[in-house]
Design a protein around this ligand. Structure first.
Ligand SMILES: Nc1ncnc2c1ncn2[C@@H]1O[C@H](COP(=O)(O)OP(=O)(O)OP(=O)(O)O)[C@@H](O)[C@H]1O
Length: 305
């Protein structure tokens, strides 16, 4: 498989502050990849260095085999970036903005593709509206459209759904999924972990500028032993004292217990039987990406991989 993005041993400093600390990452062509981490972890800094907007202090980055600073134009042509900030020229309409953006890439006859992205991003009735007259969510749609004008093989979306309504989120993801199926590599940063879980096949987690975890989504959740949650509705609504130490919460009439594995279910049931407590309802919740994320971010011992 061709590597879409190769980040080798990259460090980036702002003064004495180390924002990227020996980051190593290889994203294959065709992947739908999530780059996650808390605020300030270094995600945007990494994206800026991949885009050549910011220069790494050490290490190297290639996009589809092109060095991002030594072969800037070739690398940039292969990359579409949806930035986190809304950057636009208020004097142009949506269609003009997309035509001008196409011009930056040397594409003059791009009308059919511009029409298609305008339609797919729900911008058809705003196509001739001035950028300054658009709502925040609509401007965000134009940011996505701008990143796609040159049909880049690699698309990076930096929190594209921040402040965006449910309808656009859905249509945006349908469109991005289609692009991925058609062979485009997608890299996504988001704070909506359920989006990453639903869309991405591989994931890297950044913490304080370091990659602290890198795995397939499936392995990520199954190999991180963050345990299961057993939810019980009981009659009477109390736990025997033996079980109180594994109780983690009480929500909406359900007592919640933390279990390390499935084998702990039977002793819990035995304790309830012994205490003559009736189970009205029982649910076993699998860990999800959010559980893994919280566990990793709260663990002071998490090491760089
Ligand atoms: N131009 C800059 N000058 C100084 N420090 C910076 C600059 N850009 C980023 N930083 C710092 O680098 C760190 C990483 O910031 P970055 O924006 O990459 O984080 P992030 O993971 O994208 O966060 P968020 O989820 O909030 O977008 C932060 O501590 C930030 O304050």
């Amino acid at each position: 498989m061709t590597a879409a993005i190769v980040v080798q041993n990259v460090c980036k400093y702002f003064g004495a502050f180390c924002a990227l600390d020996h980051v190593h990452l290889e994203i294959q062509a065709g992947e739908f990849f999530a780059l996650l981490g808390p605020n300030g972890a270094g995600k945007t800094t990494l994206i800026h260095t991949i885009a050549g907007l910011s220069v790494a202090d050490s290490g190297s980055i290639h996009v589809m085999g092109n060095h991002v600073t030594k072969q800037y134009r070739q690398a940039r042509m292969r990359l579409g970036i949806v930035p986190q900030e809304l950057v636009f020229d208020p004097f142009f309409t949506v269609r003009e903005t997309l035509k001008i953006q196409s011009g930056y890439y040397g594409i003059s006859d791009n009308g059919a593709w511009i029409d298609e992205i305008i339609a797919r991003l729900g911008l058809a009735d705003k196509a001739d509206t001035n950028m300054r007259a658009l709502s925040g969510g609509m401007k965000r749609r134009v940011m996505v459209a701008q990143a796609l004008v040159h049909k880049p093989p690699v698309i990076i979306l930096d929190e594209p759904t921040a402040g965006v309504d449910v309808e656009l989120r859905q249509s945006l993801w349908d469109f991005i999924r289609e692009l991925n199926v058609a062979g485009h590599t997608i890299v996504l940063t988001t704070h909506y972990l359920e989006e990453a879980e639903a869309l991405c096949n591989r994931i890297a987690m950044l913490k304080q500028g370091k990659v602290i975890a890198l795995n397939s989504m499936q392995n990520f959740i199954s190999t991180m032993s963050v345990g299961y949650t057993l939810r019980l509705r009981l009659l009477p609504d109390t736990l025997p004292s033996m079980l109180q130490e594994i109780q983690t919460g009480y929500r909406n009439g359900y007592i919640e217990l933390k279990l390390d594995n499935y084998t702990q279910i039977e002793p819990v049931l035995a304790q309830l039987r012994l205490s003559d407590i009736q189970i009205l309802e029982m649910q076993l919740l699998q860990p999800d990406l959010e559980d893994v994320f919280v566990s990793l971010m709260n663990n002071p011992l998490t090491q760089t991989q």
